[in-house]
Design a protein around this ligand. Structure first.
Ligand code: NAD
Length: 345
């Protein structure tokens, strides 16, 4: 375990960031400053069960990472030893309707936080959270490795590829040894219910049909959020500056994911699925390899998809208030209508 004690997290009220904060604050010498502006995806309820126990080891500041002067002030005051940069517009489907916030937050926001941290202390450990979507479509039988070129297909992926390249350029130009972590599709508790797994569970528990893009044969690498957070911690503790790491899970098609959930719930899928038009330019297959992480840093997963999915389904059953609250908000309702109908452009 590392000695780092002051950890700045961006986007810590979102799905992955909130799991990461819970995990790192298990280390009793650590304090976290969480900068999260609370977009529709940010939810303080993801952390509220823990904040009393953390006391003054945890601070949340509601701020936009694009606000240069405020971000510079916060970095200078908190003086972080490590920055874990999660904040992003992360929901691919939304980038089909309006990409402005994706470009602004994911690229300009990343530049602002990089610049503020580099200027304050260029020896700060900076971990940028990227995605396997930057590699684009991967042929059957092939796997993406860290040296492969970026070929993003959608505007979310393009904005994340832009951020990833900015981080690499900062590392080279400014001798600022940032680290990039490219995760695959995460799943777990507290995931915004537009995403495939919570959307399927909550639809099956209610009376909604499940919208499947195209034929549902798209393959993704499904990674338990706890495994992803453990990988980020391991990389934070042990990786050399200036390195890039894929983190991946189990390959499943969208239809296989939906079937696995229906099996756990013991519900038939007959008449529950609607095939809607596929997203234009949708990638059919992502297949990142985490061989480098396993061989060099000794990472291994604790969760397989099949063994862990029943507990995830159980969490959504037991925490209906969490997702019905999210689903009652206008930001969910207005977007979900278009997503569910497959009305992309
Ligand atoms: N979810 C996945 O499967 C996955 C996979 C690989 C990589 N990632 C990456 O991991 C990171 C976290 O993903 P997630 O699923 O937790 O996302 P999320 O959408 O659930 O959370 C994003 C958080 O960032 C905050 N935020 C957004 N714009 C902001 C801004 N301008 N200023 C400050 N805060 C802002 C939001 O309020 C929210 O709390 C993202 O960078 C995403 O690209 C996600």
């Amino acid at each position: 375990m590392s000695h780092y004690s002051r950890v700045l997290v961006t986007g810590g009220c979102g799905f992955i960031g909130s799991h990461f904060i819970k995990k790192i604050l298990e280390r009793e010498h650590v304090s976290v400053l969480n900068i999260d502006v609370l977009t529709y995806a940010g939810n303080t309820g993801n952390l509220s069960t823990h904040t009393d126990a953390w006391g003054d080891r945890y601070t949340h500041v509601v701020e936009n990472i694009c606000n240069v002067s405020e971000i510079e002030n916060l970095v200078a005051t908190f003086d972080p030893e490590v920055v874990i940069h999660f904040a992003a517009e992360s929901h691919v489907d939304r980038s089909y309707f309006d990409a402005y916030d994706f470009i602004k937050t994911n690229i300009e926001g990343t530049r602002v936080i990089l610049e503020a941290v580099r200027k304050h202390n260029p020896r700060t450990r900076f971990i940028h959270i990227s995605t396997d979507e930057i590699y684009g479509d991967v042929e059957e039988g092939e796997h993406s490795v860290e040296v492969h070129p970026m070929k993003p297909s959608n505007l979310y992926a393009a904005s994340k590829a832009g951020a990833d390249q900015l981080v690499q350029a900062f590392t080279r130009t400014h001798t600022f040894p940032a680290i990039i972590v490219r995760g695959s599709n995460n799943y777990g508790t507290h995931q915004y219910p537009e995403k495939l797994i919570p959307m399927t569970i909550t639809s099956l528990l209610g009376d909604r049909k499940i919208s499947v893009h195209g034929n549902g044969g798209h393959q993704r690498s499904w990674l338990h959020v706890q495994d992803f957070c453990a990988a980020i911690l391991l990389i934070m503790d042990t990786a050399e500056g200036g390195t890039i790491w894929n983190v991946s899970g189990d390959s499943r098609t969208n239809l296989q994911v939906i079937q696995a959930i229906a099996d756990v719930l013991e519900l038939p899928l007959t008449d529950r699925i609607v095939h809607v038009p596929d997203r234009p330019g949708a990638d059919l297959r992502y297949a990142p390899s985490s061989d480098k992480l396993q061989k060099n840093l000794g990472w291994s997963r604790s969760f397989s998809f099949d063994d862990s999915i029943p507990a995830i389904v159980a969490w959504y059953i037991e925490n209906k208030d969490w997702w019905t609250d999210v689903q009652s908000k206008e930001e969910f309702i207005s977007h979900f209508k278009k997503q569910a109908a497959g009305e992309w452009l």
